[in-house]
Every structure is written in C-alpha cells, then in structure tokens.
Design a protein around this ligand. Structure first.
Ligand code: 2P0
Length: 324
C-alpha cells in the first residue's frame, strides 16, 4: 500500500445551482445541479499514513489547524477508512491556489482533492463517479469537482445514487471572469443559508420546480453548443436561487451595492454586443460566463466600468488528478 499520495482538484461554479438539502447527514440535495470547472482555482492535497499511536493532523497553507477544524476532516477521512478497513491516523496537508483577494471559498476543490488522494492512499481506487458519492459528504459542491468541463450532480435519493456525471468538456470557447466585489468571508455560510431557506422560504417549492426545468434546458443548450441559451439560463437560474432567500423568514441577501453595479456592467456590455452573462453564489462576487476568445477584451471593458474591482479570468479546468 502507498504511504503518501498527492492530488489536485479544481473548483467549480454552478450554472444551475445547488440550494437546499433533503438529507443533511448524507448531503442529498433537493435538486440536481450543473457546473463549470475552472482552471484558475484549485487545491493540492497530500495525505500520509501516521503511526497508530498518533492522531489525525491537518495543515492548511502550511499552518496546523485547530482540533475543531481537524475533527471535520477526520469525519470525512473516516468514510474512506471504514470502506477500506484501514484505520490508521492520517496527516493531511492542503494548499489552496486561489488568487489573493479572489474571495472564493474553496470547499469544492478542497474536498475533491482530499477525496481523490484518499481514494488512492487507501487503495480503494473507486471510479470517478463512485468517488464523487464520498466526496459529496465533505461538501455538496465538491461532488461536481471530480470532473472537468460541464458536470452534473444528479440529486439521487441515497448515498450511491447522488453522484457526479460528466456532461461536456466545454472546449467550445468558454471562459469565466470573476468580478471581486468583496473578498472578505461571508456572514451567512451556504450551509446555514440553504437550511434557513428550505425551512422558511415560501418561494422554495417554486425554486425546486424551476431548477428541474432549467437543468433540462441547459443540457439542451450545451448539446447544441448554444452559448446564448446557456448564458440566459445560467443568469436566470442564479437569480431565482437568490429570490428564494428574499422569501425566507427572516429574509436575507448576499448582494452588496457593488454586486448590483457589477451585474449592471454585464448588462451594459451585453447591450454593446459582448456575449456575457452573470451568476452569483453565496457571497457578493459576480461571476461572468463569457467567450474565452473575448475574455481579455471583456476584462479591459469591465475594468473601465468598475475601476475599483479586482477581476480574475479563468479558462475551463480539468477533473481530479493524482500528482504523485
Ligand atoms: C452551488 N453553492 O451549487 C451552490 C450555489 C453556493 C450557491 O454549493 O453544505 O459549500 O458543504 O454542501 O457546497 C455552496 O455550498 O455547501 C454551494 P455544503 P457548499 O455551488
């Protein structure tokens, strides 16, 4: 058996959002989602067996993490230890490669990289789809980071059936700009936000229905390589997700003034003929789906309209990789 393994996973941005859990313990979502994997943001994680007399240790960006943080990681490692029946403690060392001030949380790439490394270390060698069912239990969005390009997370109804599926390699002139409105960490975590929405939002049932329809439509757009349709569905789906939060009790909102300005800038540039569409996650930053070939020019245009914002461009990322 190997003693040390290092793996890489890229983050992903949902075009059809995951927002709400049916089973919080198993991370079974209320609706299926679909994402684009990005090459600019990723996590490298190595895992190493430790002697049985020691306990799990977790280093993030070179710093040893607290017992509380390590406990969360240990619970995830246990899934792999139980499945493989190898119960030794493990040292986890992760480095997040997210451009400074990107303001992007990285639980997707983090759990995907850790899961990929554990899959190899324990000798389980599960297929990527099967591995995604374990990765899901670290963080829902991580399920989709198993593959590159466009990826679906099929909601399923059990540990085995809630899994990632590769849809398309997105090699048809696709890119994404991140307009960094605020790089501080968010006040309401996605986990809290989605639970509060499921429990209290009058709009929630309509969201689930809309997400199901949007998923079918976006897959058609991808199959037809219809960028305009892809963008329109992405933009509308993101806003419907944010609408559910305005219908929660009490309501809450991730938009900041700068988010509205950034979305308006997308509309302005679209009116000028650029193919660009926005989406937002559980934070104030605005992500812009665009043509890779227009990304440089668009970045200049956005910077002129929004001079104070940091703008990061990214191409399409690949799926999990074993590095050594
Ligand atoms: C998504 N988000 O589909 C949605 C859209 C944020 C908004 O998945 O509780 O960190 O770990 O499953 O995956 C962020 O939530 O939540 C997220 P958990 P996660 O990308």
């Amino acid at each position: 058996m190997l003693n040390i393994v290092k793996a890489r996973a890229h983050t992903n941005i949902a075009l059809i959002k995951y927002w709400g859990k049916k089973d919080p313990h198993l991370f079974i979502p209320m609706n299926s989602s679909l994402s684009l994997t990005l090459d600019e943001f990723y996590t490298d994680t190595s895992v190493k067996w430790l002697p049985v007399t020691e306990s799990d240790v977790f280093y993030l960006n070179g710093e040893k993490q607290s017992q509380e943080e390590t406990k969360k990681i240990s619970a995830f490692l246990d899934l792999f230890r139980e499945k493989s029946q190898h119960f030794s403690p493990i040292e986890v060392a992760s480095i997040n490669f997210v451009p400074t001030a990107a303001g992007l949380a990285s639980s997707a790439s983090a759990f995907a990289a850790l899961g990929a490394a554990m899959n190899r270390l324990t000798g389980l060698d599960l297929s990527e789809e099967d591995l995604s069912t374990y990765i899901r239990r670290g963080s829902g969005s991580a399920t989709r980071s198993v593959f590159g390009g466009f990826v679906q997370w099929t909601k399923g109804n059990s540990h085995k059936t809630s899994r990632a599926k590769f849809i398309d390699d997105a090699s048809w002139d696709i890119g994404m700009l991140t307009l960094v409105v605020n790089s501080n960490s968010k006040k309401i975590s996605s986990r809290q936000g989605m639970a509060h929405t499921v429990n209290t939002s009058q709009f929630y049932p309509a969201w689930v229905e809309a997400a199901n329809q949007d998923l079918i439509a976006i897959k058609q757009a991808i199959a037809q390589r219809n960028f305009q349709k892809l963008g329109e569905i992405t933009e509308a789906n993101g806003m419907k997700m944010h609408g559910t939060m305005l219908g929660a009790n009490p309501p809450f909102c991730y938009f900041e003034p700068g988010s509205i300005l950034a979305m308006n800038a997308v509309r302005t540039l679209r009116e000028q003929g650029y193919a660009c569409y926005f989406t937002m996650d559980a934070g104030p930053n605005v992500k812009v789906l665009c043509r890779k070939s227009q990304m440089k020019e668009l970045q200049t245009q956005f910077q002129a309209l929004l001079p104070d914002l940091t703008i990061i461009s990214s191409g399409v990322g690949q799926g999990i990789q074993i590095l050594e």
